[in-house]
Design a protein around this ligand. Structure first.
Ligand SMILES: Nc1ncnc2c1ncn2[C@@H]1O[C@H](COP(=O)(O)OP(=O)(O)OP(=O)(O)O)[C@@H](O)[C@H]1O
Ligand SMILES: C[C@@](O)(CCO)CC(=O)[O-]
Ligand SMILES: [Mg+2]
Length: 393
């Protein structure tokens, strides 16, 4: 039995970090995906009874005898695919032992958390069956574009697609990406959130939610509101290539909040207002070109204000400031996206901006060693394909 799942990365237009503390965030999926292929060995197949994980983006492969997984996690021999559960500290200890046995290279420090999330999701949803899981991604890892959420959503999507918790009443031989039903998406999202908890510590859930459901969303305290944009949003994404770790940045903001609770509450409230205003501007009907230009000017101002708040809570970085300064030379507005501390920066490209200005700003940013891309915004969320024709992908 074999299936592939893909889940998109995301940009946060407004509200990162504050969303962890109950403020509103606005986020959209982008057309860069993490793909997971899952092949479960049939009972009749001979050979090693192994659970294999190939992480193509980092060129690493791990495997565990399924007996070893069962011995470490005996309670999960009977999986509970339809009831997402949090990995308890006791389970985390057993998983840490399974991960340690794999001797992950020091240079791939953050990877252990991703491998732990994989083990938790696989054993909880599929139990201890022998299988091969292959992960590939278009997303830069640990750069603010939601690679951890896309990883957890694609894993959950693939594992659930071949579980009893999801039933299919479509032609599975159809060579196309298939969408899940609404209830299945809810289930994938809840499992992916459990995976994100292992990677992030204290995620708000915005990243897994936008990766699961796609399009553009407003997210506050675990609740999602779908947004239908009426502005043709075009964003330049600049990867500063400065590595960072979302877990550490989120923890840093929580520590600052403990030290300065009153001041930080004002900042989180201001960000909440910025996100709400941003989402209402994006959704206003667009009768004329002038109205679009006016809306873009307002969006730029809100992005600038949000970036100021993000600097205030301690998650900007000299590399981010360098991108801001460079784009400002071309009268363009930018803000960090995702957890900050390096990673990616968004620059609004207004609809009347001349193509040669875009080329010039990209050339200047790339001459500083940054990497630029323009991704499609607001596509589908998680999808699966059961057709294994190699030419389809
Ligand atoms: N394709 C992948 N292969 C293996 N591990 C991955 C992959 N994608 C994500 N991960 C895991 O997610 C971690 C990066 O997550 P992190 O939350 O720090 O960054 P991000 O999700 O890219 O950015 P942000 O949370 O700001 O959007 C990696 O260290 C790894 O554990
Ligand atoms: C920094 C953060 O707000 C967004 C990371 O993309 C963390 C979260 O919401 O879980
Ligand atoms: Mg992440």
């Amino acid at each position: 039995m074999e299936v592939r799942a893909r889940a998109p990365g995301k940009i946060i237009l407004s509200g990162e970090h504050a969303v962890v503390h109950g403020s509103t965030a606005v986020a959209a999926s982008i057309n860069l995906y993490t793909q997971v292929s899952l092949r479960i060995a049939g009972d009749s197949e001979s050979g090693d009874r192994l659970l294999k994980l190939q992480l193509k983006d980092v060129g690493l492969e791990f495997s565990w005898p399924t007996g070893r997984v069962r011995e470490a996690l005996p309670e999960l021999s009977t999986p509970s695919a339809s009831s997402p559960t949090t990995c308890s500290p006791e389970f985390m200890k057993s998983i840490a032992a399974l991960v340690e046995e794999q001797n992950i290279p020091e240079a791939n420090g953050g990877l252990a958390a991703g491998v732990s999330a994989f083990l938790w999701l696989y054993a909880s949803i599929q139990g201890c069956k022998p299988a091969t899981v292959v992960v590939t991604s278009d997303l830069p890892l640990g750069a603010g574009l939601g690679s951890s959420a896309a990883f957890c959503v694609a894993l959950s999507g693939a594992f659930l697609a071949l579980s009893d918790a999801v039933s299919w009443n479509v032609d599975l031989n159809h060579p196309a990406w298939l969408s899940f039903g609404e209830n299945d998406l809810e289930l994938i999202n809840r499992w992916a959130f459990e995976g994100e908890k292992i990677i992030h510590g204290k995620p708000s859930g915005v990243d897994n939610t936008v990766s699961t459901f796609g399009n553009m969303i407003m997210f506050k305290s675990g609740n999602l509101t779908r947004i239908k944009p009426n502005v043709p949003l075009r964003m330049l994404i600049t990867n500063t290539r400065v590595g960072r770790n979302t877990k550490a940045l989120v923890a840093g903001v929580s520590e600052r909040t403990l030290r300065h609770p009153d001041a930080m509450t004002y900042v989180f409230n201001a960000i909440d207002s910025i996100s709400k205003e941003l989402s209402s501007i994006i959704q206003l009907p667009a009768p004329s070109e002038v109205a679009v230009t006016e809306k873009e000017a307002k969006l730029e101002e809100l992005m600038e204000m949000n970036q100021g708040m993000l600097q205030c809570i301690g998650v900007s970085h000299t590399s981010i400031e360098a991108v801001l300064q460079t784009t400002l030379k071309y009268k363009l507005t930018s803000k960090l996206t995702g957890a900050g501390g390096g990673g990616c920066v968004l620059t609004l490209l207004p609809s009347l901006l001349a193509g040669n200005v875009v080329d010039k700003v990209i050339a200047e940013l790339e001459s500083c060693g940054f990497q630029c891309l323009i991704a499609g915004i607001g596509g589908n969320g998680v999808e699966v394909c059961f057709n294994s024709r190699p030419d389809f992908f």
